[in-house]
Design a binder for this molecule. Structure first.
Ligand SMILES: [Zn+2]
Length: 288
């Protein structure tokens, strides 16, 4: 059973919950990306990382770019090539992910994240234990889609990037990657509309269920990191329901912004830590 530790400091609260846990399920949202230095809402970051796109298209942030309907397929691929190269492949590992790995690695764990940037994998977390139901920038899928395949895109992206001049807003038509099965263009495996291929990600939920089943009667810590309210059905609500329904389950919600525990307001099974995640994990990692 989890004991109540209401008067300890934030780091001690977190350490206590982690040390008592037999397994840890991490839920991570865009707030964790922002804490690691990549804010999808920040116009300055967008201008630095994607020069010319604001002037050319009026796009202000990465969030806007992800939803932007480029006028042609060639322009779509030029932007997404740069997006995937910058965010998925060329970006260094955020220190907080390394700290988190150091803290968690010796416990059974599972990671559920809406982030598509692959930082957990880069930090050393096992890909089999990472589920990204909103997609992963490391993969293309058929645009139709004619199948549920995910195509690793690292080599294709490097080739496309090499073909782009610094002022090109379009790739050449012959460079657009094509589905090996039906010949339609390949597109990033990112949830934007009904064409999203989600089956491989849904299959990974079984690993999460297996982890929970393997720890019957034991302590499970749900660690929610920077999860906002845009898509609460993916992490926020399932975590709250699991906490309510399962014994020996404790939820810690860490967020920079003021937050609430709607379902768990009067429960002793959950705590909110309002803090900057990076410094908090850095402090905690010193103890592991
Ligand atoms: Zn196809």
């Amino acid at each position: 059973m989890y004991s109540e530790k209401s008067l300890l400091s934030e780091t001690a609260t977190l350490k206590n919950a982690i040390d008592q846990a037999d397994a840890i399920i991490i839920g991570a949202g865009s707030g964790l990306s922002a804490a690691a230095g990549l804010s999808y809402d920040n116009p300055t970051i967008f201008k630095i990382w994607f020069p010319g796109y604001h002037e050319h298209y009026g796009i202000r942030t990465i969030n806007e770019a992800e939803l932007y309907q480029f006028p042609t397929l060639e322009e779509h691929h030029a932007y997404w090539t740069r997006h995937i190269a910058s965010i998925r492949y060329n970006r260094a590992i955020g220190k907080l992910y390394l700290d988190l790995y150091r803290i968690i690695k010796n416990k059974p764990y599972f990671i559920l994240t809406t982030n598509t940037d692959g930082q957990f994998q880069k930090a050393g977390f096992d890909l089999k234990k990472i589920c990204t139901p909103q997609g992963d920038l490391a993969f293309f899928q058929c645009s139709k889609p004619c199948n549920d395949e995910l195509y690793p895109n690292n080599q294709m992206i490097q080739k496309l990037l090499a073909s782009l001049g610094p002022h090109d807003f379009s790739v050449k038509p012959e460079h657009i990657p094509r589905c090996p099965n039906c010949g339609n263009p390949l597109i990033p495996n990112i949830r934007r509309d009904n064409a999203f291929v989600e089956k491989p990600w849904m299959a990974k939920y079984q690993n999460l269920i297996d982890l929970i089943n393997a720890h019957q009667g034991k302590n499970i810590l749900l660690l929610e990191l920077g999860v906002g309210i845009n898509t609460p059905g993916i992490i926020r609500y399932p975590f709250e329901h699991l906490t309510l329904q399962r014994n020996n389950t404790y939820l810690i919600r860490i967020n920079l912004k003021t937050d609430n525990l709607s379902l768990l307001a009067n429960s002793n099974k959950a705590a909110i830590i309002q803090a900057d995640i990076g410094p908090l994990l850095e402090e905690l990692a010193k103890e592991y």
